[in-house]
Ligand binder design. Structure first.
Ligand SMILES: [Zn+2]
Ligand SMILES: [Zn+2]
Length: 301
């Protein structure tokens, strides 16, 4: 299966891995419950005049570790980003994928704060950095990814970025120098290299690169779920944290994607009675089926 196919068919099977892992890791029971029923809940409009029910939207738990929610979010990001990036390229500009990494560490919370801080220093801490960054990268998307380092077995946190560029410049040394210095300042470590940048120009297959940046939790990263101590640390450090951030030309994209995600279907007009006022109710698929069976049984008597 290709990444694109996986995206279309979904990673819903991950639910069967994440839910038991969450129970073992002692995650808030309310969170686990919401995640496990996420696929089953939806909102309906109930017509104020005749009472007919109309589908309004899926009701999502919005948990970062919920594969149902992440699948939907990823699709929205892809739908929003692809045309913008395509247009940017068609106008004769460049798109680049950059990975910013930092040395592996023991404490995840500290490391996430440090890498975000390093990126702030790198992109706009002083006038020099700000001017350089805005000039080089007029727009971009960055996504935080957390894994266990293959060799170190410590936390490995990195930022995947899609960056827009007016022209392709091979100033790799300056890029790496500036990022490493930002990491050094963020960590207060100056005697060794603590930050690296991997650069790859996006040519024809930028869809794949965009996926790489936005899919995060959909990529089955079993390392995180096998050990309850690791999962618990990852869960509580990442819970409620924004995974994807944008800047420059893409600044408003986060808000647009959030709106898409939370949207209920447009203006309500009842197709039975023409009334345009409705109440929103939340229903559960299993309970609906139960009621449906019950009413069928009642009818057969
Ligand atoms: Zn009606
Ligand atoms: Zn969910």
């Amino acid at each position: 299966m290709t990444e694109l196919e996986r995206l279309i068919y979904g990673y819903h099977f991950m639910h069967d891995i994440i839910i038991p892992a969450a129970i073992k890791a002692d995650i808030f029971p309310a969170d686990i419950h919401k995640m496990s029923v996420c696929l089953e809940n939806f909102a309906v409009y109930k017509c104020a005049s005749c009472g007919k029910l109309h589908f309004a939207s899926s009701y999502r738990c919005k948990n970062r570790f919920c594969v149902v929610c992440q699948h939907q979010r990823t699709k929205i990001w892809l739908a929003r980003l692809l045309p913008l990036v395509r247009n940017w390229k068609l106008s004769g500009n460049y798109v680049c994928m950059l990975n910013f990494t930092m040395v592996d560490m023991v404490n995840l919370e500290f490391m996430i704060n440090a890498i975000n801080n390093a990126f702030r220093i790198f992109s706009h801490d002083n006038k020099n950095n700000r001017d350089w960054f805005q000039d080089r990268f007029p727009g971009g998307v960055r996504s935080l990814e957390v894994v266990i380092g293959e060799n170190s077995k410590l936390w490995h946190v990195h930022l995947h970025c899609i960056v827009l560029q007016d022209s392709y410049e091979r100033d790799y040394n300056e890029l790496e120098f500036r990022w490493n210095r930002s990491c050094q300042v963020a960590l207060g470590v100056y005697d060794r290299k603590v930050g690296s940048v991997y650069i790859s120009a996006i040519n024809h297959n930028f869809e794949k690169s965009i996926l790489e940046v936005i899919k995060y939790i959909l990529k089955p990263n079993l390392d995180l779920y096998i050990d309850p101590v690791i999962f618990s640390e990852a869960y509580y450090c990442l819970r409620g944290r924004r995974q994807v951030n944008t800047w420059g030309i893409f600044r408003d994209l986060v808000k647009i994607v959030d709106n898409d995600f939370n949207k209920v279907s447009g203006d309500f007009v009842c197709d039975d009675c023409g009334c345009d006022y409705a109440y929103v109710n939340f229903l559960n698929l299993k309970e609906c089926k139960l009621n449906d069976n019950r009413s069928r049984e009642e009818n057969s008597f």
